[in-house]
Ligand binder design. Structure first.
Ligand code: PMP
Length: 345
């Protein structure tokens, strides 16, 4: 069923077969098949191309099956693969909410695919009907991000489900920030929606942006297509090992989560109270959007004091908005103190 959405050259592709694909299973101790150097164990060996041990472990943590998981060099790899697998350059198009994470548009440009940005409502909620009105016969993919970056809010489930039910192509729901709320994650609904791809990452709650590990959850058919097109050893051994360590340390992750959510509860109203803040928008993520009196001046004032936030004032619907990540209690206090002093300059 998915096949009709896939580019013809990808359907016909014979993927590269690497040494670690060809020999699998039986015990062996002499490896002379991959032109590796026999010294410097274990870094001399190519890593598992399909990261099977890591998938088994992640499957238990995320409540999915191992064959519903793809690992990439950051979620950005999965974003690019969506285009390379499904979108014929200069023929197909994609539809996305706006504003949202910039890489969906950048990857569309790189792959020479038309990108149709449809504005959210003024309060950053999703109007599924308006989004669907931009779909035509060449629309292969719809990009949704929930909680959305840079607005912070989760999209209403009924609107997302409407898109999933009405649209006959691929729907991506990027849930990079879903670990920071208690809403039902869309990966739990893969069985209901065979054309759904859900993105997650180790870069946010899992505090591992440096190791570059992103995930896509989808049907085994879609995962096989990603595996066919990806670079053979796209996730290195050090990353796989470090991810296993993080997955074994759930109590630590939960402690970080609780601390960040508590900080979020305290920081939002404190920022909202400042005379230089016009509005703080509700958030389901580890960051929030604040509309200020003069975002450019406040941004540069903070930079001068060594505090960096993201100036989003030139983004659609985000005039005079700063995007602020929740930091440690000390970092949040430093931000708050500096902003309070700005008022008295
Ligand atoms: N999706 C969203 C919504 C993001 O905000 C980001 C990073 N800021 C990413 C994906 C990229 O994640 P990764 O580090 O896994 O490439």
């Amino acid at each position: 069923m998915i096949d009709s959405l896939v580019r013809k050259n990808i359907l016909a592709l014979t993927p590269y077969s690497c040494a670690r694909d060809e020999f699998k299973g039986r015990a062996a101790s002499v490896f002379l098949d991959a032109n590796e150097n026999p010294y410097n164990t274990p870094l001399n060996r190519y890593p598992d191309p399909l990261q099977e041990e890591l998938k088994k472990k992640l499957a238990t943590v995320k409540g999915v099956e191992p064959d519903q998981i793809f690992f990439g060099n950051g979620s950005d790899e999965a974003i690019d693969l969506v285009y390379r697998v499904f979108c014929e350059p200069r023929v197909d198009n994609v539809v996305a909410i706006s504003p949202t994470y910039g890489m969906y548009g950048v990857c569309a440009d790189i792959n020479d695919v038309e990108y149709r940005a449809v504005p959210l409502n003024d309060d950053f909620t999703l109007d599924a009907d308006r989004l669907l009105a931009s779909v035509d016969g060449q629309t292969k993919v719809i990009w949704l991000c929930s909680p959305n970056n840079p607005t912070g809010n989760a999209l209403a489930r009924d609107q997302v489900e409407r898109v999933l039910n009405e649209f006959q192509g691929i729907v991506v729901v990027d849930e990079a920030y879903s670990d920071f709320n208690d809403l039902r994650p869309f990966r739990m609904d893969l069985y209901r929606f065979p054309r759904l791809i859900v993105l997650n990452t180790f870069s946010k709650l899992w505090a591992s942006a440096a190791i570059r590990l992103g995930m896509a959850f989808a049907s085994p058919e879609i995962i096989s297509l990603f595996n066919k097109v990806k670079y053979p050893y796209n996730v290195n051994l050090l990353t796989q090992e470090q991810a296993m360590k993080m997955l074994a340390d759930l109590p630590h992750i939960n402690l970080w989560r609780a601390t960040l959510l508590k900080e979020r509860t305290q920081l939002l109203p404190a920022i909202a109270e400042l005379p230089i803040c016009k509005a703080v928008y509700p958030t389901d993520a580890n960051f929030f959007l604040a509309r200020m009196t003069d975002a450019d001046r406040i941004y540069h004032y903070l930079v001068d004091r060594g505090i960096i936030v993201r100036n989003r004032s030139r983004v659609e619907l985000c005039g005079n908005c700063l995007r602020i990540t929740i930091g440690t209690p000390q970092e949040n206090n430093a931000l708050l103190g500096a902003l309070r002093r700005f008022g008295s300059l």
